[in-house]
Design a binder for this molecule. Structure first.
Ligand code: DGJ
Length: 756
């Protein structure tokens, strides 16, 4: 509900509230963002600057803007903190409240930017500067988030140059630590925590995409906030281009937070009568620790960001051709993979890169849409029909935003490549980006991609984008608007096509893309041990139903690490399970194990894809759970194991104190050969670790790990379930978990009965 009384705006629901006041001089003050508040709290919650702090620049006898928590600060009027807006060559601005409107539902963008959906009301506060520049601040309240954006309107009769414009600025009380999610190709979302001091902490992307370098999402938490307790604020941006976020502690002890498009090289001319719309900034709050904040974000993304058609639709288990085949395949090879994938339980076959033009490596073919008939003599139609006859869905890879110089498209239209006019292009993965600002480029992509989807009844599209842009500032913004426009035209009328966004993995894992694509390929790194950190990073901001996670071949292409198939499966369960490997290279027993993994995932698919995800306390590894209805599934993962390991405990959360639960560990298979000469302690006959018997056993047989089972009350379990002792160098026993490096376990916790 949004109300306005005695100059105070209050947006509130049963979890969150946001409060602002129009000050004596028309300045918009921030009062509160957090748990429930009432109008009566307004004066109690406002800061009290008293006699101030010595030198200051008073805007008026009484008011120094520097001291106040503001919703939007101007420039050159005595607030020396960072400004959200820079105009011209240093144009002073100060925006005063003029009027406001309360709209039903969301207020749609006039440009192609995507936005959250499902708000009941939106508040539009209209402010104006003394030069008649209009600033409209929009606020929508959702169950678990507030979404803000700013629109600048040129009501003057002269051009205005915008050099910087944020989506949101707010000043929070007190001090915070900032959690950011940083990385690069193949190592996305690595979490870093730093104190926000007077020098501030800044994240930015200038690569034309939201980037794997710095995800636009971040968290501010109090020093004493943990995963389970304490206050924290979460921030994200519904945008896939260059972004900028900064938190800085002011000299008076308020923390200013700015989020928006990156000002790097930005310059935009706003003609009289025109407006500039900024992307939406998402703000959430929790007093239940970081897990509480993640639950808020997960709910918001599911309910208010991903396309409604896919909100709670189960996602298919897919088989993707990339890591197994790369560019080298024939129709025969694909069909034999599809047949085996089907037998193992997969539900969709995805043909990745390499199906068109002269695409035999990454140096040619991008931009062309003619099917490579040498590889697929019956065309896409022939292939897709045969795959559908196997009762599999069919998905296809595209990289529509790029062009190889060695392509028919580039030979016909070199001027469509970004940078061509200035002779300033730069190759990345042997490709140029297309200039998506150009209408003819947009039309070309829409026609070709939509045509192929329709002609071949494609169920799923993987939309890839494999390089950083050379477009700067405003041009980069125009290009991303072009991308959104194209996506809206293709997928708007085809909501049933499952779109998976990908940009060399998670180079564009952001809320902007999620408005079109309900899922994103999490990383090109499919090593499960690496994925533990990557997927944990995503879990702070994005629900499991958005993160593509596949089982691949070990040793892994990215790290040369050898990992157990069980752990590859267990990690991918905590995401959207898929398989991406050459099934012909697998042993019978590996295939059997995969079949069991898929059966297990199918049984608990709803829990994994739509359950409430929490990171768990864990002394010796990494642990997490998903909870859906009366079922909880927890995972416990190890990286490197120590000798003489401590007892291990599992610490599930959120169980009903007065209920009884059954807890069963999933029976896993262990590879015989991994035990080397220790095998003699396990089996009665003596075998050579590298001998024929062991090699044969590796292909035909795996040892079934003993399952563990408990029955206990919810109140008892939360204090820690004692797990079987890990192997401790003392020989084999059925009571041990014979697990070394990189092994993991999955526990299914089901409610048996609930007492009054
Ligand atoms: C990068 C993606 O992240 C991979 O999954 C694969 O689709 C390749 N591109 C194909 O070129």
């Amino acid at each position: 509900m949004i109300r306005f009384e005695n100059n105070v705006f209050l947006l509130s629901n049963d979890r969150l509230s946001y409060m602002m006041r129009v000050g004596e001089y028309g300045e918009l003050q921030h009062i509160h963002f957090g748990g429930i508040t009432y109008f009566e709290d307004a004066s109690e919650l406002s800061v009290k600057p008293g006699l101030g702090w010595g030198i200051n620049s008073n805007f008026d006898e009484k008011l120094s803007l520097q001291y106040w928590p503001l919703e939007w600060s101007g420039s050159g009027r005595g607030d020396y903190r960072e400004t959200p807006l820079e105009l011209g060559e240093g144009m002073p601005t100060f925006f005063r409240y003029k009027s406001h409107l309360i709209h039903k539902g969301n207020v749609p963008f006039e440009c192609s930017l995507p936005g959250a959906h499902g708000a009941e009301e939106t508040l539009e506060i209209i402010l104006e500067d003394n030069k008649k520049i209009g600033l409209h601040l929009f606020y929508s309240l959702y169950d678990t988030a507030v979404v803000r954006r700013a629109v600048l309107v040129n009501n003057t009769d002269k051009d205005i140059n915008i050099r910087k414009i944020a989506s949101s600025q707010m000043d929070l009380n007190g001090k915070f630590d900032m959690i950011t999610f940083n990385g690069a190709w193949s190592k996305e979302m690595h979490m870093e925590t730093v104190p926000v001091g007077r020098t501030g902490v800044m994240i930015e992307s200038t690569t034309g995409n939201s980037s794997a370098f710095h995800n636009p999402g971040f968290i501010l938490k109090r020093k004493n906030t943990t995963e389970t307790d304490g206050v924290c604020y979460g921030f994200n941006l519904v945008y896939s281009g260059n972004h900028y976020e900064r938190a800085q502690l002011s000299s008076e002890g308020l923390t200013r937070v700015i989020q928006g498009i990156s000002p790097n090289n930005f310059s935009w001319t706003l003609k009289p009568g025109e407006k500039f719309e900024t992307p939406e900034a998402v703000l959430s709050w929790s007093d239940k620790g970081l897990n509480g904040l993640s639950h808020n974000f997960h709910h918001f993304v599911t309910e208010n960001i991903v396309p409604p058609y896919w909100k709670d639709r189960e996602r298919p288990i897919l088989f993707n051709s990339w890591e197994g085949c790369t560019f080298n395949f024939t129709e025969r090879k694909l069909l034999s993979l599809a047949k085996e994938a089907k037998e193992l339980g997969c539900e969709m076959f995805v043909l990745d890169d390499g199906w068109f033009g002269e695409r035999n490596n990454s140096r040619a073919g991008l931009g062309d849409y003619n099917v490579n008939l040498k590889k697929l003599p019956n065309g896409l139609k022939g292939l897709s029909e045969k795959i559908r006859k196997m009762d599999l869905k069919f998905g296809l890879w595209f990289e529509p935003e790029a062009v190889n110089p060695n392509s028919d498209l580039y030979r016909a239209h070199p001027e469509w490549a970004l940078g061509y006019q200035d002779d300033m292009n730069v190759l990345g993965r042997h490709e140029y980006l297309l200039d998506l600002e150009k209408q003819e480029v947009q039309d070309y992509i829409v026609e070709n991609v939509a045509g192929i989807i329709d002609d071949n009844e494609i169920d799923y599209v993987k939309w890839d984008m494999n390089r950083n842009s050379i477009a700067l500032g405003a041009k980069a913004h125009r290009c991303i608007l072009g991308v959104y426009s194209v996506m809206r035209r293709i997928f708007g009328p085809r909501p049933q096509v499952l779109l998976e966004n990908c940009a060399s993995g998670g180079n564009r894992f952001d809320l902007g893309m999620l408005c079109f694509a309900p899922q994103t390929w999490g990383s090109d790194d499919t090593d499960p041990i690496e994925r533990l950190d990557i997927q944990r990073g995503y879990s702070y901001l994005y629900p499991l139903s958005t993160v593509g996670a596949h089982v691949s071949m070990a040793p892994h292409a990215q790290t040369l690490r050898q990992t157990p198939l069980s752990t590859r499966g267990n990690v991918a369960f905590f995401g959207l399970l898929g398989y991406e490997l050459d099934l012909a290279e697998l042993s019978q027993v590996d295939k059997f194990e995969i079949k069991e993994q898929i059966e297990f995932y199918k049984t608990y698919r709803k829990v994994f894809q739509f359950g409430e995800y929490s990171r768990l306390y864990c002394e010796n590894g990494i642990s997490m759970q998903v909870a859906y209805g009366d079922t909880v599934i927890a995972g416990l993962f190890h990286k490197l194991i120590n000798a003489a390991p401590d007892y291990e405990f599992l610490y599930p959360t959120g169980l009903k104190r007065n209920a009884f639960y059954t807890i069963v560990s999933r029976a896993q298979l262990l590879r015989v050969g991994d035990y080397g000469s220790l095998l003699k302690n396990v089996i009665p006959v003596s075998v050579r670790p590298d001998g024929l018997i062991v090699r044969l056993a590796n292909r035909m047989y795996k040892m079934k790990e003993n399952t563990e089972k408990w029955e206990a009350s919810g109140s008892a379990i939360v204090s820690g379930l004692p797990l079987a002792q890990l192997y401790a160098g003392m020989g084999y026993s059925e009571e041990l978990r014979m697990e070394g490096d990189f092994l993991s376990n999955i526990y299914v916790i089901s409610m048996k009965e609930e007492n009054e």
